[in-house]
Design a protein around this ligand. Structure first.
Ligand SMILES: NC(=O)c1ccc[n+]([C@@H]2O[C@H](COP(=O)([O-])OP(=O)(O)OC[C@H]3O[C@@H](n4cnc5c(N)ncnc54)[C@H](OP(=O)(O)O)[C@@H]3O)[C@@H](O)[C@H]2O)c1
Length: 320
C-alpha cells in the first residue's frame, strides 16, 4: 500500500479538535465588549488548552468583530498564552447594511483590508491560516493568489485555506496558487450529512431526492487526495442531539454515549473523528465545562457498527 499523505500537517495542529470562537464576544451588536465577555472568553480558551486544543478558529464577522476583539483582549492580558496557540480566521462575507446588500467579496482589496482588521482586533502581527469564508460568485483565482502573495510577503498570513467550497472550486483556485490550499472547513455532522451522502448514494435514485447534494461530489475525496485538512463546523450539531426524546438519532447518540460512559457531544465528535479523512472537529460551545467534556472524543473510537448506526439513523432513510 502506498504511504498515506500527511492529513493533519504541521500547518494546522496535532489535535483533532479546534476551538471555534463564534460564541465569544457577547451579542452581535458591534458595540463594546464587556468584562463578562472577557471572562467568558478567557475561561473558554483555558478549557480548550486543557483538552489539548491549540488551534483557534475565528472569522472577521463573528459577533461583528467582537469575537476577535475579546480574544485579542484575553491575549493582551495574558501574554504567555500567545505562544501556546495558533490562529485561524476568515474573510469574504459582507453583512447587509445601508450601503451593501449581504454578499460575498473575495476581491484582492477586500481580502487585504479584512486581514488588516483581523490582525488589529486580535492584536497580533500574523495569522497562521486565513480561510476564504465562502465562495464568491465573482472570485478570480489569479486575483486571490495575488492578494495572498502580498499578505504572505508582508508576513501577515502564513497559509491559505477555504471554507464551504466544493472540489471543483478548490481545484480551480489551486491552479493560480503556488502553495497548497491547506484547509477546507465545511459544515459536517450527524445533522449535516451531504458531503458523505453524496458518496454513498451515487448511482442511486436517492441521490435525486437530495437537491443540491450533488454539488458536494468529490469534496472529501479531493481533500484526502491532496493531503488537505478537512475541518467540520457545526460539529456539535448546534446542540440538536442534546435531548434524547428529540429524534431517533438523538436517542442513538445517547445510547452510545451511555455505553461508553461519556457525553452525547463526545459521541458526535467521535463520529466525525472516525472518518478516515482525519477530519478536525471545530467545537463552538462557549461553555467551559462543555468544552472540557469534549476532550473525551479524542479517547473514543467508535466501531463500524456504531458509526453506521448513527449515520443511518441520522439520515432517516436506509442506505441503498
Ligand atoms: N466556516 C463557516 O462557514 C462556519 C459557520 C459557522 C460556524 N463556524 C465555526 O464552527 C464553530 C462551531 O460551529 P457552530 O457554533 O455552528 O456549531 P456547534 O459547535 O455544533 O454548536 C455550538 C452551539 O451549540 C450549543 N450546544 C452545544 N452542545 C450543547 C448541549 N449539549 N446542550 C445545549 N447546547 C449545546 C452551544 O451552546 P453553548 O455555547 O451554550 O454551549 C452553541 O450555541 C464556530 O464557533 C465557528 O468557529 C464556521
Amino acid at each position: 500500500m502506498p504511504a498515506a499523505l500527511p492529513l493533519r500537517t504541521h500547518v494546522t495542529d496535532a489535535s483533532p479538535l479546534v476551538y471555534g470562537c463564534m460564541a465569544l464576544g457577547g451579542d452581535w451588536s458591534g458595540g463594546p465588549i464587556t468584562e463578562a465577555d472577557v471572562a467568558q472568553a478567557h475561561a473558554a480558551v483555558e478549557a480548550a488548552l486543557e483538552i489539548g486544543i491549540t488551534l483557534f478558529d475565528h472569522a472577521d464577522i463573528y459577533r461583528r468583530g467582537k469575537a476577535e476583539t475579546v480574544f485579542g483582549e484575553v491575549l493582551r492580558r495574558n501574554p504567555a498564552l500567545r505562544a501556546k496557540l495558533r490562529l485561524q480566521s476568515k474573510c469574504g462575507i459582507r453583512f447587509a447594511d445601508d450601503d451593501h446588500v449581504g454578499r460575498y467579496d473575495l476581491s484582492a482589496a477586500y481580502i487585504e483590508a479584512s486581514v488588516d482588521g483581523i490582525l488589529q482586533r486580535l492584536g497580533v502581527e500574523r495569522l497562521d491560516i486565513l480561510l476564504l469564508h465562502r465562495p464568491d460568485a465573482l472570485m478570480e483565482p489569479a486575483e486571490i493568489a495575488h492578494a495572498f502573495g502580498r499578505l504572505k510577503a508582508a508576513g501577515k498570513v502564513s497559509h491559505l485555506g477555504v471554507s464551504n467550497m466544493h472540489a471543483g472550486q478548490m481545484r480551480w483556485l489551486q491552479t493560480a496558487l503556488d502553495e497548497p490550499i491547506v484547509v477546507n472547513q465545511l459544515e459536517l455532522s450527524l445533522a449535516k450529512l451531504d458531503a458523505i451522502d453524496v458518496g454513498t448514494t451515487f448511482n442511486d435514485p436517492q441521490a435525486a431526492t437530495r437537491p443540491g447534494g450533488i454539488a458536494w461530489a468529490g469534496t472529501l475525496e479531493y481533500a484526502q487526495q491532496h493531503g488537505m485538512q478537512l475541518q467540520a463546523w457545526g460539529s456539535l450539531a448546534q446542540g440538536r442531539f442534546n435531548d434524547p426524546a428529540a429524534s431517533p438519532a438523538a436517542q442513538a447518540v445517547h445510547d452510545i454515549a451511555q455505553a461508553h460512559g461519556t457525553t452525547p457531544n463526545a459521541v458526535l465528535l467521535a463520529w466525525l473523528l472516525r472518518h478516515p479523512a482525519g477530519i478536525q472537529a471545530v467545537i463552538g460551545t462557549g461553555n467551559a465545562d462543555r468544552i472540557r467534556a469534549c476532550g473525551d472524543a479524542t479517547r473514543l473510537t467508535l466501531s463500524r457498527e456504531e458509526w453506521y448506526r448513527l449515520y443511518v439513523t441520522a439520515r432517516g432513510q436506509a442506505l441503498p
